[in-house]
Design a protein around this ligand. Structure first.
Ligand code: HEM
Length: 557
């Protein structure tokens, strides 16, 4: 009885302290307003919206496990003789970086588990980013007003690759050292400044004594710091701009329908975070990854067979392997086209295209409106075709990164395989584009058929006289809505009068390439008017000076 009274008094005091604290905070910053807006933010439900979350949660696991590893890792490059718990390497000469990695694996309690979780989390982090980026691309979620978030996203992708590569290089084992050797050659291949840059980065001739301590700082401080800041900006923009959603009854280009951040989304997300953590912990516990003790310490004059980088660097390795051995001598200096073109120029072009894509598509479309409804990939055949072609191009490079293993496994010569992949690198993306575009148009035609003839009902109606009919029934309303509510821009026409500039000609040609192939759907004028209303962009915000009702930031009908 006495305890109950005391407990209730303490509970009341704690409640009052929370209210007082919140009021004090609210008096100094817009806490109530902010909390109201953030906690009520609507999250539309769709499995593809979880991909960004997988990236986020694996990043959280990376930070947690990485902090643990940093306590025990020593990036020193001075070599000493090993006498430790991994007896097969006793007496071998190795750097402190490699020794400490062995110690984390064999002497630190739980060290190997944490190392493995960290490595798996890195692989899944980058995979999740890549697939998340593809979902943004194929659904057109990069269009106005989300172009800046796309640019932040591509920067995150670039930084994630750098973070992965620097981490992979830290243990200074034979495999990671081989990767660093490749990186040194890539830097050295840049014409005119390459050698100087390589010397600067490595603090002298490769491998030197400086690179691992430098990479350590980049890996545990610089890149994670920038990643944390950019991820925060990325998520703030997701909240501020609201999430895109799939067209469905009640969901238009002017509203966003979903579960509120609190409590529904928070509860689901916490569960999802625990699931991601659980899967990573399970993988770390049962699936061996990067057993550096098997490779041995890095020796500049040795290289192991089957040397493969982690999957996300494989495309670069593949590009290097496919490139013919072209070199030019200019005034006693060698220009290494065989390294510079595939490993410097190609990635630079890939990332430039990624950064610029939303702006290029906007220019081609000539459309300055806001878009909050996801595109169905079939309704944008050219964009979808380009995306699939890019994925195929990437896949061929990735395959080429393991050409030695493939050649060995399938008993073909490496030379023949290299030629097959060189041809595939050019032909396969073109084929993939053509086939995907046709498939998208076929799917549009399928939608048209469903709308005109209805869907299979699985039933047959037999008349008393034996006649058979039926078998199809009208498409249910949600499916009709999904098929009909689509935005298909019209190709831009050339001006009918006056001189036509080359720029206009190019824009019109591109626009026609993008948008002239389509299958028109059977819509009445009334339906068309309704569709227009659903896809109409939200009204432009009121000018700041104008007096009016308090802005809520919601896209509303
Ligand atoms: C560290 C890497 C990243 C993390 C942690 C991350 C996280 C997220 C999360 C949690 C969301 C909301 C849920 C969703 O739509 O999936 C989101 C949305 C978004 N992300 Fe990312 N992302 C990352 C990288 C990228 C990349 C590489 C791109 C594109 C190049 C990108 C572009 C976007 C865009 C445009 C949205 C808004 C989507 C919409 O409203 O439908 N993100 N991101």
């Amino acid at each position: 009885m006495l305890f109950r009274k005391r407990r209730e008094r303490l509970k009341a005091q704690a409640g009052q302290a929370a209210v007082d604290g919140f009021s004090a905070l609210d008096g100094r910053m817009p806490a109530a307003e902010l909390a109201r807006q953030v906690l009520r933010k609507a999250f539309p439900d769709h499995w593809s919206f979880l991909l960004g979350e997988i990236a986020l949660y694996s990043f959280a696991v990376l930070l947690l496990t990485g902090t643990f590893l940093t306590l025990f890792f020593d990036p020193g490059m001075v070599e000493t003789v090993y006498h430790g718990p991994y007896t097969p390497l006793n007496g071998a000469l190795m750097t402190q970086a490699y020794t400490s990695t062995l110690n984390i694996s064999f002497a630190v309690r739980g060290g190997l588990l944490i190392r493995q979780i960290h490595h798996w989390a890195a692989l899944i982090f980058i995979s999740a980013i890549a697939v998340h980026m593809l979902r943004i691309f194929f659904t057109g979620a990069f269009r106005k007003p989300r172009e800046v978030n796309w640019v932040i996203g591509v920067t995150l992708f670039l930084l994630a690759l750098l973070e992965g590569f620097t981490g992979y290089s830290l243990p200074d084992d034979l495999l990671s050292g081989t990767g660093l050797r490749t990186a040194a050659t890539i830097v050295g291949s840049i014409p005119v400044v390459g050698t100087e840059l390589e010397m600067f980065a490595f603090g002298g001739e490769f491998p030197g004594y400086a690179i691992i301590p430098r990479l350590f700082i980049v890996h545990v401080l610089f890149v994670p710091g920038i990643l944390v800041a950019l991820i925060a900006a990325h998520l703030v923009l997701v909240v501020y701009l609201k999430h895109t959603q799939w067209a469905a009854q009640g969901r238009t280009n002017r509203n966003v329908v979903g579960q509120p951040m609190f409590p529904q989304f928070t509860a689901k997300s916490t569960g999802f975070f625990l699931m991601v953590f659980g899967v990573l912990a399970f993988l770390g516990a049962v699936a061996q990854i990067n057993p550096v003790w098997k490779y041995g310490p890095y020796q500049a004059d040795q290289v192991s067979t089957d040397a493969q980088p982690d999957w996300y660097v494989g495309f670069l390795e593949g590009a290097l392997r496919l490139m013919p051995p072209w070199e030019t001598d200019v005034a006693g200096h060698t220009i290494m086209w065989n390294v510079f073109l595939p490993a410097v120029v190609l990635p630079a072009i890939v990332f430039l295209v990624l950064f610029l894509y939303p702006f290029v598509e906007k220019w081609v479309t000539g459309d300055g409106r806001e878009h909050h409804l996801c595109d169905r990939p079939r309704n944008r055949p050219t964009r979808t075709g380009l995306g699939v072609a890019a994925v195929v191009f990437y896949a061929v490079l990735l395959l080429a990164g393991g050409n030695d293993v493939t050649a060995f496994s399938f008993h073909v010569s490496v030379g023949a395989l290299t030629w097959i992949l060189r041809i595939a690198l050019i032909v396969a993306p073109v084929l993939a584009f053509a086939v995907t575009k046709r498939l998208c148009l076929a799917l549009q035609a399928h939608d048209r058929r469903l709308l005109t003839e209805g869907e299979e009902s699985g039933l047959v109606i037999q008349t008393p006289f034996g006649g058979l009919s039926g078998g199809r029934r009208p498409l249910p309303a949600p499916h009709r809505y999904r098929a009909l509510v689509r935005e298909l821009p019209q190709p831009l026409e050339l001006p009918a009068e006056g001189p036509v500039t080359r720029r206009q000609r190019l824009r019109s040609a591109l626009s026609s390439w993008y948008y002239s192939d389509r299958v028109e759907l059977p819509v009445t004028e009334e339906q068309q008017a309704e569709i227009e209303a659903r896809i109409a962009p939200p009204p432009e915000p009121e000018p700041r000076a104008a007096p009016g009702p308090e802005p809520t930031g919601d896209r509303q009908e």
